[in-house]
Design a binder for this molecule. Structure first.
Ligand SMILES: [Zn+2]
Ligand SMILES: [Zn+2]
Length: 365
């Protein structure tokens, strides 16, 4: 079988549609999956533009769901030990770690595994088995991938609509130890900010203030439970600080600030929103967007606990799937998908994401 794929061959240039052979019988422990839907993540735009060092050519796409077409010898169960068969609808953790390095084994920071690889990011498309990204008709899942059988009641749209943002946010918020009754500021109203609103609410946040834009995104943040939204384009920096602090009890600031913007200047601004002794989670700086001026004095004086968080582990992907199954009615992530494209239209899909036209764009092969 030949499989069509959208391939990033040169940074900043249009993706090319190429064909690769899909293995009829995957190697032992591997799986061949027919892609049902692949999400376009903001990270894909950064990768496309060459802002992260990755090998080329690559098939982009790390938020994917599909149906098992064939299983390699020995692969009979998903990550939870539930039986797997051809025809099953599955999702999977998009990264694979070694399990034996200093960070995996000794320091329990597997997201920083020295040999970590990710579908749609770190595998070359010109090396067999080629199909290691979501923007394709088929994807080959390597031995050791954390595969999850999707429950029948959980729509593919919800899984892909929530995407890696939900996994990343669950991991990040876990690191902050957000407590019941906390006042939370979420900076940014893109997919990560939206997921942060949902997870913070379910984790017990009493009040959630979102700074972001444009208005259609703030509207969605309110639908997901934000109590107050502040449009960063309409309210200049100084007034914004006052507006955020005024929205917190006593004007003292937030217990937890979650940065989901990606622009470096958001980090010192977020620290201004923290109450004394509060927590700041820097989550949005996945791409290296450069330095920013800041006053470290603020960290000392306000006794801020600063947290960073990178990626996710399989258990966070599982937590996200269970979250969507349990709370999907309150947080309709599937409805955030506003644009659908074929593989041939992958460039339009990337452009829609880059220009923030879309709530969420997906590729449906
Ligand atoms: Zn992503
Ligand atoms: Zn490792």
């Amino acid at each position: 079988v030949k499989a069509k794929a959208a391939v990033l061959a040169r940074f900043g240039e249009p993706l090319e549609v190429r064909e690769y052979p899909a293995p009829e019988k995957p190697e032992p422990g591997a799986a061949l999956v027919r892609v049902e839907m692949a999400g376009i993540c903001g990270t894909d735009v950064h990768l496309w533009q060459g802002q992260l060092p990755i090998p080329l050519p690559v098939i982009l796409g790390h938020e994917t769901a599909g149906r098992i077409e064939a299983l390699g010898a020995g692969l009979e169960k998903d990550w939870l030990g539930r039986p797997l068969s051809p025809g099953d609808r599955v999702g999977w953790a998009s990264s694979i770690v070694c399990g034996t390095c200093y960070y995996c084994r000794l320091k329990r920071q597997p997201t920083r595994c020295v040999a970590r690889k990710a579908y749609g990011i770190s595998y070359r498309a010109d090396e067999p088995p080629h199909l290691h990204g979501g923007y394709a008709e088929y994807i080959v899942l390597r031995p050791g991938t954390a595969i999850f059988r999707l429950p029948d009641g959980l729509a593919t749209e919800a899984v892909v609509g929530a995407g890696c943002a939900l996994w990343t946010v669950i991991h990040g918020i876990e690191r902050t130890g957000l407590s019941w009754g906390d006042v939370v500021v979420v900076q940014g109203s893109g997919p990560v900010g939206l997921a942060a609103v949902a997870v913070a609410r379910e984790a017990g946040a009493a009040r959630i203030i979102v700074t972001g834009g444009p208005e259609h995104r703030l509207e969605r943040a309110r639908r997901f439970g934000a109590d107050v939204t502040i449009d960063v384009d309409a309210v200049p920096h100084f007034d914004r600080k006052r507006a955020v602090l005024n929205a917190t009890p006593g004007g003292y600031g937030a217990d937890v600030v979650i940065e989901c913007v990606g622009h470096p200047a958001a980090v010192p601004e977020g620290m201004e929103y923290c109450r004394d002794g509060g927590k700041m989670l820097v989550l949005g700086q996945y791409g290296d967007a450069g330095p920013t001026p800041m006053h470290p004095h603020v960290i000392t004086r306000k006794q801020i606990q600063l947290h960073g968080s990178w990626g996710f582990e399989p258990r966070h992907v599982l937590a996200a799937l269970e979250f969507l199954e349990r709370c999907g009615q309150r947080y309709p992530f599937g409805e955030t998908i506003t644009h659908r494209f074929g593989i041939d239209q992958a460039n339009e899909a990337l452009a829609a994401t880059r220009e923030w036209r879309a709530g969420k764009s997906v590729i449906v092969p």
